[in-house]
Write a protein that binds this ligand. Structure first.
Ligand code: FAD
Length: 371
């Protein structure tokens, strides 16, 4: 390859989506990845329109529109399913949360519908009796993110050249790899998740550990992604440990169960007591899970920014350095939207949505970085 236009560090779902988007807009991309499993390999792959604050909703809704344009072209191994989400109210008082969510989604033109307790049971018979009701969001879906990431890179064709190696140092418009290779380009885009802290020598992102469990294969019995309405509070908590019921029916017939959030646990060790709490919570919604076999449990680290929103755009101090980081628990959902915003800004085009809330300058002020 001639000198690349952009070096992308990290080939998880964010780096791959950015590389693909830049390549389709005519840029030559050098994509560097160290081959270690990141958040993309660990996550659930729920494409979900979260609406807990306006900026989160705007990016989710935009990205989901882009996903819907792409899914028809994706091969079967990307495991796209248009399952929708059923948000579950365990008690009557949570119905207010369902109504609020519906109003917020409507403001972003995302379709949703309140569902009665009886209807819940009719559409998902495994749910326990006595849930108060819920909210159906038909536009949500699921994918298998590691395969989507690989497929996006393939779609980039010769415009994307892959480098297997670890980026160990950033220089102006250059990246140095552990084997001594020095790549140069007009722009360098960091999409390497938590590893950005070390490369930037800055504690920009915080690790939020999550645990997941998956069952054996069973005849398909669950149609929607099921999530408790309290999930938003768990996802946005800025301290402590939390658990929220989240169940995804995989195309294999397996049920993928989440999820937990744990701060400052940067290892990959399973916390058995937390896992027990998660599974107990899951059986409160789907009692028959207690009769199913869990065949594997694992952990992953979400990369969280201080305000819970991703950092998308130019670094405020280092010329030619760009960031696509901090996607926490929504990086699969927001990957295509994030990539489009990065490409728009790099190419000096007007973005389709206001990208001010995601620009790194909000967290990396020039004064602080230069001090
Ligand atoms: C338990 C759990 C459940 C989740 N569920 C969902 C969900 O249902 N829906 C959703 O939208 N999101 C979900 N997420 C979040 C989502 O997985 C992440 O936001 C997303 O994967 C982040 O992608 P990324 O490309 O930024 O990071 P990563 O996937 O971590 O990719 C970074 C890549 O960079 C590489 N790298 C790192 N350092 C270097 C270096 N120095 N040199 C070269 N390469 C390097 C890594 O090896 C990795 O391949 C979940 C996350 C977890 C942990």
């Amino acid at each position: 390859m001639k000198r690349a236009d952009v070096i992308v560090v990290g080939a998880g779902i964010i780096g791959s989506a950015c590389a693909w988007q830049l390549a389709r807009r005519g840029l030559r991309v050098a994509l560097v990845d160290d081959g270690l499993p990141g958040a993309t390999a660990a996550g659930m792959g729920h494409l979900v329109c979260m609406a807990d604050n306006p900026a989160e909703l705007a990016l989710c809704a935009y990205s989901l529109r882009l996903w819907r344009e792409l899914v028809a072209q994706m091969p079967e191994h990307c495991a796209w399913r248009s399952c929708g989400t059923l948000w579950l109210a365990e008690h009557e008082d949570e119905l207010a949360l369902a109504e609020q969510k519906q109003q917020r989604l409507a403001a972003a033109e995302a379709e949703s519908r309140l569902v009665s307790a009886g209807e819940l049971r009719r559409c998902e018979p495994l749910l326990r009796h006595g849930l108060a009701g819920g909210l159906h969001v038909p536009g949500d879906g699921i994918v298998y993110a590691p395969n989507v990431a690989r497929w996006l890179i393939e779609q980039g064709g010769e415009a994307i050249v892959r480098y297997r190696g670890s980026a160990v140092a950033l220089e102006p418009q250059a990246v140095r790899l552990a084997d001594g290779t020095r790549l140069t380009a007009d722009a360098v885009l960091l999409a390497c998740g938590l590893a950005a802290n070390a490369l930037l020598a800055e504690p920009l992102l915080r690790a939020k550990k999550g645990q997941l469990a998956i069952t054996d294969r069973y005849p398909p019995q669950v149609r929607h992604q099921l999530v408790e309405l309290g999930y938003g509070a768990s996802a946005h908590a800025s301290n402590g440990t939390s658990v929220a019921f989240n169940l995804q029916a995989r195309p294999t017939g397996q049920l993928l169960l989440g999820s937990s959030r744990q701060f400052d646990a940067p290892d990959d060790v399973l916390d058995m007591s937390l896992l027990a709490t998660m599974l107990q919570r899951a059986t409160q919604f789907v009692p028959s899970l207690a009769q199913m076999n869990i065949i594997r449990c694992w952990t992953g680290q979400r990369a969280a920014s201080a305000d819970g929103l991703p950092l998308l755009g130019p670094h405020p101090v280092h010329d030619g350095l760009w960031l696509a980081l901090g996607h926490e628990g929504l990086g699969v959902t927001t990957a295509l939207g994030s990539a489009a915003l990065i490409a728009d800004r790099l190419l000096r085009q007007r973005p389709a949505i206001d990208d001010t809330p995601y620009r790194p300058v909000r967290l990396l002020t020039v004064e602080e970085v230069s001090a």
